[in-house]
Design a protein around this ligand. Sequence first.
Ligand code: SAM
Ligand code: NAG
Ligand code: NAG
Length: 516
Amino acid sequence: MGFVLCTGALSCWNMFVLLIPDPEVLNDEFSFKARCSRTEMAGECVNEGKEVLQSLTVTVGATVPTGFEHTAAEEVQEKIGAIARVSKDRGRIYFEITTDHLHKVHHLKSVDNLFVVVEQYDHYQFKETKEEALLDLQQLAPVLPWNSALEVWKINNSLKKKRSRRRGAAVPKPKPCDTSETENPQAEPDETLLKEKPGSACPEQEPSPEDSDIQETEAKPLKFRVTCNRAGDKHSFTSNDAARDFGGAVQEFFQWKADMTKFDVEVLLNIHNNEMVIGIALTEESLHRRNITHFGPTTLRSTLAYGMLRLCKPQISDVIVDPMCGSGAIPLEGVIEWSNSFFLSGDNNDMAISRTVNNINHIVKKKKDGGSTSPGLSIDTAQWDLCHLPLRTSSVDIITTDMPFGKRMGSRKKNWDLYPSCLREMARVCRPGMGRAVLLTQDKKCFTKALSRMGGLWRKSHTVWVNVGGLHAGVFVLRRTAAIFGTTPEDVREPHMGCESQEVNMEEKVQSARSE
Ligand SMILES: C[S@@+](CC[C@H](N)C(=O)[O-])C[C@H]1O[C@@H](n2cnc3c(N)ncnc32)[C@H](O)[C@@H]1O
Ligand SMILES: *[C@@H]1O[C@H](CO)[C@@H](O)[C@H](O)[C@H]1NC(C)=O
Ligand SMILES: *[C@@H]1O[C@H](CO)[C@@H](O)[C@H](O)[C@H]1NC(C)=O
């Protein structure tokens, strides 16, 4: 096993860094990019000298919604049979996998992004000064154990090719290296990097005939970028500095061609205090938007929706309701994964309802087009007011919803009316004893208060703290008590008060409140 390293001079250098604005990422993050006009065989170089491999064991890392690390670890155990190591409250989990099971990682629903670990340091000693620390990172690049991770990247690539062939889609041919291409206007050229680097040329290799289709896409030098994610206040450098200098060293070592947007390999540099992980991305884009085509102002991440549903532990033939479904992220995720349960989604806003209907229809159509003989989904949608649900008392097994936070949606003031009414009506439709609710809200104070007045109907099981688009929110897991609705002191209170005030079209409000 192993690969021949090619070192060689690049005929031109032009690197710059670019900020990736991502509201979900609180810490600074960005990438390194370089461009050159040289077309050489760096991709092939990685390939050469490789023997037919036995399956390798590698560590795979996954980013998950912060707070759902344990939920994700549970899914990994269930679907892959591996015990995941949890980086608590950091939105990351790690597990070992053999390459013959690699395809399974793409079936995980809790994960946003996947990567294969090149090297991991729990206590990395970052040097005191910026110059020393960055020099250290540069010197690290050539001595890292890249082989297995690159092998996994290649295996993943072949999985991807197989899939696109099966779908009958054309495998896109790489475009020739083009220096005249327009570059991102946000990017700043970095003068310090516009210098020639020494080195020897990459030995030209004849393509092996049996590899001809891989050859077609890999004859060009591999393109790459480095994305650095840094958190912690004890570093003398920024993620920008780290991505650029580490990236420069990676480029020099592999003779890859750096490209911010059309990269083949994405090298990840994750730094959290004195923990550092170097990885290679196995996902091209975050999976959190899967299966949703019509987005609303507060569409929930599918991965978070999945996490919430897992906390409900859906059983066969359970009736599962999202009474404030918005664009339907939760019930849609639910009906795809738990097709043996029945889902009901509703909202009082007509625009939200039409989004949900469109999202459902899109999936049904996709299934039909794919030749499915049972394209229907066990889900229905209704426009309703949460405080007057058209559902029979004690008829629902699970309620799971993402409540208006009162920030991006609704208002804090209204929540004081809405939340108690909401908990009461949910208690009415939910089966005593067995029923459960998993509710997401950022208005923790209001929710906790409302809940404390409903002690006879709901028992809090636990709370999972999550990060929703940078907001600290709680997922409250509740159990319906055995009390029959209508017999506890809290039912007697004037019902439906809060809901009348919710009749204003909230969607309009949202537009003006979004910049909060
Ligand atoms: C945070 S959003 C839900 C977003 C949703 N999870 C998604 O993925 O799009 C809250 C939703 O509650 C709805 N809502 C507010 N008050 C309501 C009420 N009284 N009855 C029904 N829905 C209501 C709003 O229209 C909004 O769509
Ligand atoms: C890895 O393979 C999966 C599944 O085939 C594919 O969706 C994904 O884009 C591949 N990752 C990369 C970085 O190409
Ligand atoms: C949902 O999205 C995933 C990831 O893109 C895809 O593999 C899956 O087929 C989709 N499911 C349906 C039912 O369309």
